[in-house]
Design a protein around this ligand. Structure first.
Ligand code: GDD
Ligand code: MN
Length: 411
């Protein structure tokens, strides 16, 4: 940071928080609390939020805290308004993200540049009552690893939610308890976006959040021992509007399943064996979709009631179209994290060609193994075929992993 009104550089790469804050921090101006305020279209709230938070924290942590606004390039230029406040509030830092999006990753990007020993988050729309920060701080000073502001304990609540929204919110919590009891069972309000955590509890862990619920990620992957809770009432918004839509519900379920897979028993095994289980499952699912595409095209081209083309020609086309289908899904989903950073047309084309060649080799392997197993080991063509398909799938996955998308262990 050279000039007082410059924006923070956005960290890139893995969402991992360093164990020690970077930069030259001399002993006496150590920062205790770094509070991240994620914003998207909060132009009309932002100066009030910064003023209220600063007045409050100045009383207890003067010079020992920082506010980090992480704005996702809001079309209403929230980041610009925020930047204009820096001269008045020197503890304020502002990040404008243009490449990435999403509440959870915004919070983590903010924590990555944080200088404090305690990392916190609060909404930028004043729905989280600021006074509660003092209680959260107190819990952190009493050595909690995590202090969560909760709507569901004494002193907590929601001001005027409709019965429907309450029901959905509770339903989501019950679902979470079923899928991920070890995480959701530890706090009364696992959906809270208002909390503080010790840096050491989440440093050096790779975080992979989806959507809104960053707290799940912190409890699920962090080394969180003692958890404290403080009640709060979720206030109504005065300016702007909530960004929650049905999409957030889907993302929430996705997030639960992902955490379950990677931190559950299966996840532990796959980690120990260094096997990318989640990716393999996605790859398998995509493969299955390819079977349906292949069948459908084969029907359209070769069935006597449709185009009635010769079988071999139809099958070659059907197979190739299935390969295209699989490639598109794998590139956009299974290996999304890799292809995101290599998205030029030439790079895509290269991956596509490699994928084609590897799958073709997979097909040859498939036929070979089918014959081998059927003739020499198990004289049942369907069992032999299943074994052949399994081997070819693993081949396809592994070689594509290493060659087409080049996922290596060194990052
Ligand atoms: N940077 C960034 N990027 N910020 C975002 C994004 C995004 O994609 N989406 C939302 N925000 C910011 C908003 O500007 C706001 O400051 C905060 O995140 C919460 O978003 P809202 O849209 O206001 O969510 P809500 O009012 O429904 O609150 C829900 O989420 C909170 C998460 O912080 C509830 O589940 C709360 O309990 C929870 O605390
Ligand atoms: Mn809100």
């Amino acid at each position: 940071m050279n000039s007082s009104s410059s924006l923070l550089t956005v960290p890139i790469g893995l969402l991992k928080i360093p164990e020690y804050p970077s930069g030259d921090l001399s002993g006496d101006d150590l920062i205790y609390l770094s509070l991240v305020i994620p914003t998207y279209k909060e132009r009309d709230n932002i100066d009030r939020v910064v003023r209220i938070l600063s007045e409050l924290l100045d009383q207890v942590l003067l010079g020992k805290y920082e506010l980090i606004i992480v704005d996702d390039d809001s079309p209403d230029h929230t980041w610009e308004v925020a930047r204009s406040l820096i001269s008045e509030y020197p503890q304020l830092r502002v990040m404008r993200r243009q490449q990435e999006r999403g509440l959870s990753s915004a919070v983590i990007r903010g924590w990555q540049v944080a200088r404090g020993q305690v990392l916190g988050v609060i909404d930028g729309d004043l729905q989280h009552p600021p006074e509660v920060l003092l209680q959260l701080l107190q819990k952190m000073e009493q050595e909690a690893d995590l202090a969560v502001a909760s709507r569901h304990i004494e002193g907590g609540g929601v001001s005027s939610w409709s019965a429907m929204r309450r029901f959905l919110s509770r339903g989501a919590q019950v679902l979470g308890l079923i899928i991920l009891p070890g995480v959701l069972g530890r706090v009364s309000d696992p959906m809270s976006g208002y909390f503080m955590v010790q840096r050491r509890a989440i440093a050096n862990v790779e975080l992979h959040p989806v959507g809104y619920k960053i707290l799940l990620e912190v409890i699920g992957r962090g080394k969180v021992g003692e958890i404290a809770e403080v009640g709060y009432v979720f206030c109504e918004r005065k300016e702007g509007e909530s960004k929650v839509t049905w999409k957030q519900y889907l993302e929430y379920i996705h997030h639960l399943l992902r955490l379950r897979l990677s931190t559950g028993r299966l996840g532990k095994i796959s980690q120990n064996m260094n096997f990318p289980l989640g990716r393999f499952l996605r790859f398998g699912l995509v493969g299955l979709s390819g079977v349906f595409v292949d069948m459908a095209v084969l029907y359209l081209l070769s069935d006597p009631t449709t185009l009635a083309l010769p079988l071999t020609r139809s099958k070659i086309l059907a197979g190739e179209i299935a390969i295209c289908n699989n490639f598109l899904w794998n590139d956009a989903w299974t290996f999304a994290d890799v292809s995101m950073h290599q998205n030029q047309w030439r790079q895509r084309l290269k991956r596509f060609l490699k994928f084609n060649i590897i799958c073709l080799a997979g097909l040859v392997l498939n036929v070979l193994i089918l014959n081998l197993v059927f003739n020499f080991i198990i004289p049942n063509r369907y069992i032999a075929n299943l074994i052949a398909i399994a081997v070819a799938t693993i081949w396809n996955f592994w070689v594509n992993l290493k060659l087409s998308w080049r996922v290596t262990d060194v990052k």
